[in-house]
Design a protein around this ligand. Structure first.
Ligand code: NI
Length: 138
């Protein structure tokens, strides 16, 4: 087990009240667990400034599969970046709409470029890139 350090934190009453509500809503077992995740999140956010860093990510898109050649264009894009694609999940939401989640890994610059190209493809209604650190340095 990693060595653990305990430290005291002074916070205004009202802020702690809001935080305790957050801890409860997110179902954290303890404040400490919630604070550890917040610290990791803040440090991971800093890592995005290091554009040469290795990242994991998920590109989620919603599109209408009736849009002409859209599925093929998205497929071709994924083949262009096949070394960065870990897995793709496709969900048929209804008669028209599809959700596709593409799990990616690689250099942050490459992943951003791939996400931009997929999300900006004509016919893609919604798109979002969620970047995560590989966790190696956390
Ligand atoms: Ni579909």
């Amino acid at each position: 087990m990693k060595q653990v350090t305990r430290f005291g934190v002074s916070v205004p009453h009202s802020l702690l009240g809001k935080f305790d509500k957050y801890v409860e809503e997110k179902r954290y077992p303890t404040r400490s667990e919630a604070i550890r995740d917040l610290i990791r999140g803040a440090l991971a956010a800093e890592e995005w400034k290091d554009v040469s860093g290795e990242v994991m990510g998920a590109i989620s898109i919603i599109y209408d599969h009736h849009t002409r050649e859209l599925g093929e264009r998205i497929g071709n894009l994924q083949h262009d970046f096949y070394t960065n694609i870990v897995s793709t999940t496709h969900v048929h939401i209804d008669h028209h709409n599809c959700l596709e989640v593409v799990i990616v890994r690689g250099g942050a610059d490459t992943i951003r470029k791939l996400a931009d190209r997929i999300i900006s493809t004509r016919g893609v209604k919604l798109g979002k890139l969620a970047l995560l650190s590989t966790g190696k340095n956390l």
